[in-house]
Design a protein around this ligand. Structure first.
Ligand code: C5J
Length: 220
């Protein structure tokens, strides 16, 4: 077992039973000129984590961890998008509408792609998820069980939406969860900090948080 110094206490994992999950590093959320920016968000803090995510991917690949990438995406006919979710966006900027980088959150559109800088390598899993959480309607839990995975290391965007939802879903399914601080970000800095506090409160009620350097030191 590998031990990582983390908050609120150490995270122990077996690399053979651990996956790195990189949540929704998609053009529409991170690039200037994408959907997130068109909503009025400052994407600069999200783009700033790209080097940390790259470093984390290098560490995970070298350690032989299973690497999983997710994309928040819907079928072109929106049959997997509940009306209540679609209604959550402003008129003209809802899921399926034509946004600055193609149809918003629709599979196959340019804005829906993962950034080239953190693109999946051959053999890595890419999970298209119609929800905020990565387990909803994806079959991912069954695939992870078949691989014997019991621990998940998380990165990606946004911290309080798809990352936190996925961590909570994972925790409920029995996975031990670690979030890497510098490899996740929100459009709202206070939401990121609140999420880290919520995850680690009460003895790590959802999971643990570590710095990239701490993970690197444990694997080195
Ligand atoms: C959002 C996500 N924020 N990936 N998606 O709608 O967090």
């Amino acid at each position: 077992m590998i031990e990582v110094t983390a908050v609120p206490d150490n995270f122990a994992f077996d690399p053979e039973r651990t996956a790195l999950v990189v949540i929704d590093m998609q053009r529409d959320f991170i690039e200037p000129g994408g959907f997130g920016a068109a909503l009025g968000n400052d994407v600069t803090p999200l783009a700033a984590i790209i080097p940390a995510v790259q470093q984390l991917l290098d560490i995970a690949r070298q350690a032989g961890l299973l690497v999983i990438h997710t994309r928040e995406s819907h079928l072109p006919d929106l049959s997997d998008c509940p009306p209540a979710k679609r209604a959550g966006g402003p008129p003209g900027m809802q899921i399926g509408d034509v946004g600055p980088m193609g149809r918003i959150l629709v599979r196959g559109e340019p804005g829906n792609q993962i950034l080239e800088a953190v693109a999946p390598l051959a053999g890595e899993w890419v999970i298209d998820k119609p929800g905020k959480g990565m387990f909803y309607a994806t079959g991912l839990h069954e695939r992870l069980q078949q691989q014997g995975i019991d621990s998940l290391i998380f990165a990606g965007v946004t911290t309080e939406v798809c990352v936190q939802t996925s961590m909570r879903e994972a925790n409920d399914r029995g996975y031990r969860c670690l979030l890497i601080d510098e490899a996740t970000e929100s459009y709202f800095p206070e939401f990121k900090q609140a999420t880290l506090a919520m995850i680690t409160a009460q003895g790590g009620i959802v999971g643990r948080v570590a710095r990239l350097q701490q993970l690197q030191a444990s694997l080195g």
